[in-house]
Ligand binder design. Structure first.
Ligand code: G6P
Length: 367
């Protein structure tokens, strides 16, 4: 069927707005209407007999993998290696029959990711893919293909596919934790409940649309933008910077907050907006102290946090965006939305071709 913009100005705006619904669909697909555990097709994955996960992807899907590394390590105590496909495939990395290899791709056709999958074919215990296009090459060549159910994504800059990839990867990490006995039952159940509650929380995050639009008029004036985050917010900062440069053409970079002092702080002056993603979690105080180092050098901080975080740290910040509170493990899925909205509105303010940015393709089937 032909996909239209459903009243939105761009496909990207429509795809951002669809996230509560498609993530709700993905959660229902894996957990059912009221279940607690997931059942996977094709024999599933036995996480108890493996000692390592290797995750490979490109672009936005790579940042979904980086996020998942934090989840699998924390929740399932499983070591995870993440690499971009174009590096992985030529490095001839050791892959053993105690490795599960996971390939994440919206299109399922990215040439480098497919080549990396083929490299692992007779080496890994199991080849798992997390894809949006069920009939794609990557899905077909996997032992187990897990759909993300985002629906057709048209905007070149990936939005709903990213948050659906995250949702499916977190679901897998919970399953791994359950199998490996690293997650106690109460915690498991509360995380499943939190996943089920996501659509409502995401809907509230989208209420920041007008605020993001207004802020973006000023961000559009910048030459450079920095994104900072720690822990689970670090990969998301990378994704926020990628989104911003892809469609607004503003130079955007992301750093782990703790790395700021090792270089990037030299770039800070009053012209550089610094987007700090910091829900009030266990690492909040550390990030705030990095944020204060930025402000002490005249940096213009946009703090994205929950009410408790904003109340605790708003002194001296340029602007803030208030997010709903959610279990700290789910924050990457939620905080993806303001990152997307900022990039979107900044691009619109600059008048770029949002859905078809210059030099980029939706799916890269050449090396
Ligand atoms: C292209 C797209 C990106 C995407 C990347 C990986 O560069 O412009 O948005 O993240 O490919 O695509 P895949 O289909 O493998 O997720």
């Amino acid at each position: 069927a032909q996909v239209d913009k459903a009243g939105h100005k761009h496909f990207m705006a429509k795809e951002i707005a669809e996230q509560p619904q498609v993530i709700g669909n993905a959660v229902k697909h894996y957990f059912g209407d009221s279940g607690q555990t997931i059942s996977l097709p094709d024999g599933g994955i036995d996480f108890t007999g493996v000692d390592r996960l290797v995750m490979v992807a490109c672009g936005t899907a790579y940042y979904a993998c980086l996020t998942a590394k934090y989840w699998f390590e924390q929740i399932a105590r499983l070591p995870v290696e993440v690499d971009v496909a174009s590096e992985f495939r030529y490095r001839e990395p050791p892959v053993t029959d105690r490795t599960v290899a996971v390939f994440v791709s919206q299109s399922g056709e990215t040439a480098d990711t497919l080549a990396a999958l083929r490299y692992c074919r007779d080496k890994a215990d199991r080849i798992v893919s997390v894809v949006n296009v069920a009939e794609s090459s990557i899905a077909r060549e996997s032992d187990l293909a897990l759909p993300i159910l985002a629906g057709t994504e048209i905007g070149v800059a990936s939005t709903k596919a990213f948050s659906c990839q995250l949702t499916v990867l977190l679901t897998l990490a919970l399953e791994a934790g359950r199998q490996r006995g690293t997650l106690d039952e109460d915690r498991y159940e509360s995380l499943v409940a939190a996943l089920r509650g996501l659509p409502a929380v995401l809907g509230r995050a989208l209420d920041n649309n007008a605020a993001a639009e207004e802020l973006s008029l000023q961000i559009a004036e910048a030459q450079d933008i920095l994104f900072l985050g720690r822990g689970l917010m670090y990969p998301l900062a990378l994704e926020g910077a990628l989104k911003m440069k892809e469609i607004s053409y503003i130079h955007a970079e992301a750093y782990a907050s703790g790395e700021l002092k090792h270089g990037p702080i030299a770039l800070i002056d009053k012209h550089v907006p610094v987007v700090v993603m910091a829900p009030r979690d266990a690492l909040f105080d550390k990030t705030v102290s990095n944020m204060q180092e930025v402000m002490a050098r005249g940096g213009k901080v946009l703090l994205i946090s929950d009410l408790a975080g904003i109340e605790a740290a708003q002194d001296g910040v340029w602007r803030s965006i208030e997010m709903p509170s959610v279990d700290p493990l789910l924050t990457p899925i939620l905080y993806a939305l303001p990152a997307q909205l900022l990039a979107y509105h900044t691009a619109v303010a600059k008048g770029t071709d949002v859905d078809q940015p210059r030099n980029l393709a939706k799916s890269v089937t050449v090396e």
